[in-house]
Design a protein around this ligand. Structure first.
Ligand SMILES: Nc1nc2c(ncn2[C@@H]2O[C@H](COP(=O)(O)OP(=O)(O)OP(=O)(O)O)[C@@H](O)[C@H]2O)c(=O)[nH]1
Ligand SMILES: [Mg+2]
Length: 363
């Protein structure tokens, strides 16, 4: 089976947090690509990498999110934590301060993430034993008190990195597979679920045997969580795909932020001779439902750029207008009616914005 054909059973979002320079990005580089760099640059904004692995004969795609430990580079609103089912809280065993800040990071995490999120405390740079400033016992004790997994790692020597990630992923899998029977979309919607659900990916021809979902099409609300834009696509040469648009829209509106920007896209405009959906029908529908609309051809590269730019520009317009009233309090809870996205901070262009609720963590 090639990678492209691989069936993915679950996607688990895991976030990395902890002070700057403790090695978050290098732990991720080691886990995702088996790479390590000594002159790793401080992370700016948000990045993520994925690795697909097998757990209990299921294909799990780990989507690991990494952000800056430095406050001024952090892009973190609650959007960073939204949908996360696991977290790796990293300190540097040779930097006492990075361990002293762990409680603050945990507070931030618990304030923003799903309450059942699986957390592992990681003491990185175990290769620097001679410079140790945090006794293993202190960290163990803290982890036990706070009910966290705990492990010391070295991204440099590739010690326990695999093991640390596998510990969270396996625990997430254990919880989710146990809860699969009681999980349903009603519990999940709202983004504040007490169920740890992850994202179950349904691949055509490989539908899992499970209770019928509210919409026979598609996915769980985890897919929509945090989305600020949506492209609803049909095929202009397949009437049925247009007839289903209303169903997709209903699902979208039932799961996503109410201010999500939506564009209806009639794709395969190159197949004009096989047209089964008149432009007018689609335009009318889009107007009635207050959607943007465009016909595209991915094959001929017609309007594709334009369609994506239409949503992105509209999202930007709304967000920049709302920036003045948006704040973390509104966002937290994941049920915000504000379209907030994730603010990415670019070096040399730090935004002037109110000090965040947690001043913790970077020196
Ligand atoms: N000795 C040693 N150095 C490490 C290890 N992991 C990371 N480093 C080094 O520590 C420095 C910081 O690593 P990063 O991964 O960039 O740190 P970070 O936590 O992502 O920092 P921010 O992006 O600023 O939050 C780099 O020079 C890395 O090479 C490790 O296991 N052992
Ligand atoms: Mg980093």
């Amino acid at each position: 089976m090639t990678n492209l054909q691989q069936k993915i059973d679950y996607v688990f979002k895991v976030v990395l947090i902890g002070d700057s320079a403790v090695g978050k990005s290098q732990l991720l580089a080691r886990f995702a690509r088996n790479e390590f760099s000594l002159d790793s640059k401080a992370t700016i904004g948000v990045e993520f990498q994925t690795r697909t692995l097998l757990i209990d004969h299921k294909t799990v795609k780990a989507q690991i999110w990494d952000t800056a430990g430095q406050e001024r580079y952090r892009a973190v609103t609650s959007a960073y934590y939204r949908g996360a089912v696991g977290a790796m809280l990293v300190y540097d065993i040779s930097k006492r301060q990075s361990f002293d800040h762990v409680a603050k990071w945990l507070e931030e995490l618990r304030g923003h993430a799903d309450k059942n999120i699986v957390i592992i405390l990681v003491g990185n740079k175990s290769d620097l034993g001679s410079l140790r400033a945090v006794p293993v016992e202190d960290a163990k004790e803290f982890a036990e008190r706070e009910n966290l997994f705990f492990m010391e790692t070295s991204a440099l020597e590739a010690t326990n990195v695999e093991s640390a990630f596998l510990t969270i992923l396996t625990e997430i899998y254990r919880i989710i597979s146990k809860k699969a029977l009681i999980a349903n979309d009603e519990h999940e919607s709202g983004g504040n679920s007490s169920l740890l659900t992850g994202t179950k990916i349904v691949v055509p021809g490989q539908e899992p045997v499970e209770p019928v979902r509210r919409f026979s099409c598609c996915m769980t609300s985890a897919y929509y969580r945090g989305a600020v834009g949506a492209m609803l696509v049909y095929d202009i040469s397949k009437r049925q795909s247009f007839d289903h648009v209303a169903k997709w829209l209903e699902e979208l509106r039932g799961h996503a932020d109410k201010n999500i920007v939506i564009i209806l896209v009639g794709n395969k405009s190159d197949l004009g001779s096989l047209r089964a959906v008149p432009v007018e029908d689609a335009k009318e529908f889009a107007e009635r439902e207050n959607l943007f609309f465009m016909e595209t051809s991915a094959l001929e590269a017609t309007n594709v750029e334009s369609a994506f730019l239409t949503i992105l520009t509209e999202i930007y317009r709304i967000i920049s207008k709302k920036a003045l009233i948006a704040n973390d309090e509104h966002e937290s809870g994941g049920n915000s009616s504000l379209l907030t996205g994730t603010k990415i901070v670019v070096p040399g262009q730090e935004p002037v914005e109110p000090v965040r609720r947690f001043s913790c963590c970077s020196s």
